[in-house]
Design a protein around this ligand. Structure first.
Ligand code: SF4
Ligand code: SF4
Length: 345
């Protein structure tokens, strides 16, 4: 059973952060970078973390769990199949992760651990603590986290969650790891009161009022049964210039490929992020590409998030962060697509 939310002042939160930094190797937190962009980075030693911030980060914490390239094995001898795993044993605290990105962590966990267990990913997750930071207001006019069941407050997949209120923060534990942190630091907390909880409810109502409800099972069925207008698919397909911005920024994109970098008999086996827009993404060993037309490639991105994953996880694997919409040079919007197919005006 989840513990009751506790109250913490900003000053005590600063002390808690200091304690957490001592307990980890990397404190991955939001920082303000050039042009005031919010970027997640290691703040263990530079103290540049933002305790609270507006909006969301340009790149989600996915970049630390599934980087663009990652070394998996040292190849001692390719001829003799001698591989040694490259382990990542760093203890990380992910602080200030928005609820949409927390839901994405849960979806990625299902992808990497539910059936075939990816031990590299598993090790990173097991050594990580996730501290969510609920949203006070909508980060962008285009974001639609509430429609996707991903905000403004996280419902699961966090160890601890901070919810800003006018007099400080409420904090709740979502796991045993989180409970033990609260227990160890109990002197920093006080009881929350009913006024605090009411403030959170009132704020969430603002999100709910603005968002339309979408029946995702119905939407998935329409896509599966090929009932989406062909012009809608053609429209997004022809505007995609394969820049890969969407798949690079999306917090739930999990596709990767593997390659060996060899120097003689020795080398490194790496994984690198791969994705739907690329022509060679589904290329088979014999050279056949099941969807050879360029205009059908970005359709895979939409079908995967809104149909395949609804069947697999009973929820779409889009969390409504709007990063793909913000970055797309073709002005392709998954939100507009959802609204059109679901019949929302
Ligand atoms: S961001 Fe837009 S143009 Fe770039 S790959 Fe994605 S859909 Fe295509
Ligand atoms: S598909 Fe777009 S809006 Fe949805 S989670 Fe990915 S980047 Fe965010």
């Amino acid at each position: 059973m989840r513990m009751k939310r506790l109250f913490i002042t900003k000053e005590n939160l600063e002390i808690l952060v200091k304690h957490l930094k001592k307990s980890c190797d990397e404190f991955i937190a939001p920082k303000k970078e050039h042009l005031d962009d919010i970027i997640f980075g290691d703040a263990k030693n530079d103290g540049k973390e933002l305790l609270d911030y507006e909006g969301n980060s340009v790149i989600s914490p996915r970049a630390f769990l599934l980087p663009q390239t990652e070394e998996l094995f040292e190849i001692k001898s390719a001829r003799n199949n001698r591989f040694v795993p490259i382990e990542d044993k760093k203890r990380r605290v992910f602080y200030g992760v928005r609820p949409c990105d927390i839901k994405a962590v849960g979806l990625m966990k299902s992808f990497f651990l539910d059936e075939f267990v990816d031990e590299f990913y598993q090790q990173k997750l097991e050594n990580s603590i996730f501290i969510a930071l609920a949203c006070g207001k909508r980060c962008l006019s285009k974001s639609f986290c509430h429609t996707m069941g991903a905000g403004p407050v996280a419902s699961d997949n966090f160890d601890l969650q901070l919810i800003p209120i006018s007099r400080g923060y409420l904090m709740e534990a979502g796991s045993e790891k989180g409970k033990s942190i609260l227990k160890k630091n109990k002197k920093l907390f006080a009881k929350a009161n009913l006024k605090d909880e009411k403030e959170i409810k009132d704020r969430s109502r603002h999100f709910i009022e603005k968002d339309k409800e979408v029946n995702f099972r119905k939407l998935a069925k329409l896509i599966k049964e090929d009932k989406v207008r062909q012009e809608a698919w053609d429209d997004i397909g022809l505007r995609c210039v394969i820049c890969s911005g969407c798949i690079t920024l999306c917090p739930t994109c999990s596709c990767f490929s593997v390659m060996d970098r060899l120097n003689g008999d020795k080398g490194i086996r790496m994984r690198y992020c791969d994705g739907c827009p690329y022509a060679g993404f589904t290329k088979m060993a014999g050279g056949n590409i099941p969807q050879p037309q360029h205009k059908d490639h970005i359709r895979r991105f939409f079908e995967h998030k809104l149909n395949v994953d609804v069947e697999r996880y009973q929820t779409p694997s889009c969390v409504g962060c709007s990063r793909c919409i913000q970055t797309c040079p073709g002005n392709i919007s998954i939100r507009k697509f959802i609204d059109e197919v679901a019949g929302i005006k």
